[in-house]
Design a protein around this ligand. Structure first.
Ligand code: DUC
Ligand code: ZN
Ligand code: ZN
Length: 470
């Protein structure tokens, strides 16, 4: 088994920073050594990586991606091959993607189809959540099977998208009861889709068709109401609840209140909600705002959502930053919605930029280094039953490691990114810091600005139950 030694770096974990060398044996971490200890002990490594002046952190865990998601008559443009490679470039070494069951389809067959898309394609390790788009006796039974036999311990339900993924309150309650019984997590897309569809129709009738109408059609109250309803349904079912892609401060307020009362309720936000705004991005001239159409929507900066989200990331009322990576090209995909904002495929690609964009929170004094790692790696691993295989640099853990250079800069552009998209939502953003070297289970996959990995290196990881419950 090849041995690798990472020396002279500053180790960042969810609990703080320290000076330590990391010894890797094959695919796992063998030991953490005090500086100089490897020489004293006469340790010989096949390869030494000098991390002087750099941070050494556990590889990122992106708990929310949608490779090849069918949506709005098209498919998210990254395959597992292109998307997992882009993730590696950005310092993410595990993705949790969503297998999709639509109404009437068989859950286990839909999971098998997702395995078929990912098997042998990924550059990094991957796991799945299961979307249950049609809650009935059969799918409830399948949920139990997936927890027991398939390493899937979290199920996404939708209060939005009537006729596509939508579940009504009775269906949600039943799925939550089943999940609770199994110790599994329900993940919720919390927007009142029935009311939103009424607003969309009314806006289109009035001739409001431009991309920024997408935000106007999904008022803050629609997210707030649905989040609160999901929290109360979860309370009745005694089910852990994880609310995905939160953008409205009023919605996170409801999560914070539930958490203050000791509930197993958790919030996730995404870089797009921390950086993009209605005023600056959704309102760009022509059809440009379509690049930022996602759900929940990009909110008004003037309403204070961004500041509140950063604050909630500090207080842990938002516990995870994921990307909701759901890329669509501008040409031919986003353009499906020219003349009708409701036909713009919902989603932003960002799997490559999460570690960098959230590191800016450290640069700007919003987050500590430890909190950066906690939000982007350790908590998602614990939240979704991957810990301590993932999310930590400790003996016995997978050697998924990022060496991060705080003194370098990253220029984000469609010209240099690796996602399969014809634009970058982050175009022109200059970032302090840079992903320098990435190891996936002991194998170097990114080094010297080059991809050294291969498709098929990434393996499916079976997950246990959440290790994060209160
Ligand atoms: N939101 C998005 O922006 N895209 C895909 C699905 C979703 O819920
Ligand atoms: Zn969603
Ligand atoms: Zn999503």
């Amino acid at each position: 088994m090849a041995r690798t030694l990472i020396t002279n770096g500053t180790l960042i974990s969810a609990s703080g920073t320290s000076k330590a060398d990391v010894l890797i044996d094959g695919e796992t971490i063998a030991a953490l050594l005090e500086p100089g200890q490897s020489t004293t002990l006469g340790i010989v490594a096949d390869r030494v990586i000098d991390a002087t002046g750099k941070y050494v952190l556990p590889g990122g865990v992106d708990a929310h991606t949608h490779m090849e998601l069918p949506f709005g008559g098209t498919f998210a443009s990254d395959t597992f091959e292109t998307g997992s490679r882009a993730a590696a470039w950005g310092g993410t070494t595990t993705i949790i993607d969503f297998a999709v069951q639509t109404t009437g389809a068989d859950v286990q067959e839909s999971l098998a189809a997702w395995h078929g898309k990912a098997d042998g394609e990924c550059a990094i390790d991957y796991a799945f959540h299961q979307i249950v788009g049609g809650v009935d006796d059969q799918s409830l039974k399948a949920m139990r099977y997936l927890v027991d036999h398939e390493g899937i311990s979290s199920f996404k339900l939708f209060m939005a998208y009537p006729g596509v993924f939508y579940s009504d309150d009775g269906q949600i309650l039943r799925a939550m009861q089943t999940a609770a019984d199994m110790g599994a997590m329900v993940m919720m897309h919390a927007e009142n889709g029935i009311a939103i569809d009424v607003i969309i129709r009314q806006m289109l009738e009035k001739g409001q068709t431009d991309p920024r109408s997408h935000t106007d059609s999904r008022p803050v109250e629609m997210e707030e109401e649905a989040t609160n309803r999901a929290i109360l349904l979860a309370k009745v079912a005694k089910c852990p609840l994880y609310v995905v892609h939160m953008s409205a401060k009023e919605a996170v307020d409801t999560v914070a209140r539930a958490r203050d009362l000791g509930a197993n309720v958790f919030g996730e936000t995404c870089p797009q909600y921390l950086y993009f705004s209605y005023e600056e991005h959704m309102s760009r001239p022509g059809f440009e705002g379509a690049k930022y159409v996602c759900s929940t929507p990009i909110r008004r900066r003037s309403e204070g959502h961004q500041e509140a989200l950063w604050r909630y990331l500090r207080t842990n009322d938002l516990s995870v930053v994921a990307t909701d990576h759901c890329p669509f090209c501008f040409k031919e995909q986003k353009e499906l919605g020219v003349g009708d904002f409701s036909a713009i495929p919902n989603g932003i690609g960002g799997v490559e930029h999460r570690m960098d964009t959230i590191y800016q929170g450290v640069v700007h004094g919003e987050l500590s280094l430890a909190r950066w790692v906690e939000l982007c790696s350790t908590t998602p691993a614990r939240m979704f039953g991957l810990y301590p295989k993932k999310g930590v640099i400790a003996p016995g853990s997978d050697a998924d490691i990022v060496i991060y250079d705080p003194d370098a800069k990253t220029n984000i552009s469609v010209k240099t990114h690796h996602m399969n998209m014809d634009y970058s939502a982050y175009e022109g953003m200059v970032i302090d810091g840079k992903v320098d070297t990435v190891l996936s289970r002991g194998t170097v996959v990114i080094e010297n600005d080059a991809y050294k990995g291969r498709k098929g290196h990434g393996r499916y990881v079976r997950r246990g139950l959440s290790q994060y419950l209160l």
